[in-house]
Write a protein that binds this ligand. Structure first.
Ligand code: FES
Length: 106
């Protein structure tokens, strides 16, 4: 289990334990955390699982694939630390990860 903090746009924090092997998106959905829609179910085809990775974790979450980069073009208010949370796999290395949700996924 890996501890992840999801912070809604209004500042509401949700600290949950997510099973390794799931994606950061799945961790949010399974714990009923609002702010991540994940319309495509994790296929990197909707960009409604957009999150901002906390600066301290950008290196550990790895690089975006070309497909993720191009899907992020469909997200709003994209920043350098924007990621699609379905493309970040949870592992022990991410214990303590902090992600923030955008104001809207559409
Ligand atoms: Fe659709 Fe991540 S859930 S791109």
């Amino acid at each position: 289990m890996t501890k992840i903090t999801y912070i809604e746009h209004d500042g509401t924090e949700h600290v949950v334990d997510v099973k390794n092997g799931l994606s950061v998106m799945e961790g949010a959905i399974k714990n009923n955390i609002p702010g991540i829609d994940a319309d495509c179910g994790g296929a990197c085809a909707c960009a409604t699982c957009h999150v901002y990775v906390d600066a301290a974790w950008e290196d550990k979450t790895g690089d975006k694939s070309a497909m993720e980069e191009s899907m992020l073009d469909f997200a709003e208010n994209v920043e350098p630390n924007s990621r699609l949370s379905c493309q970040i796999k949870v592992s022990d290395a991410l214990d303590g990860l902090v992600v923030r949700m955008p104001e809207s996924q559409h």
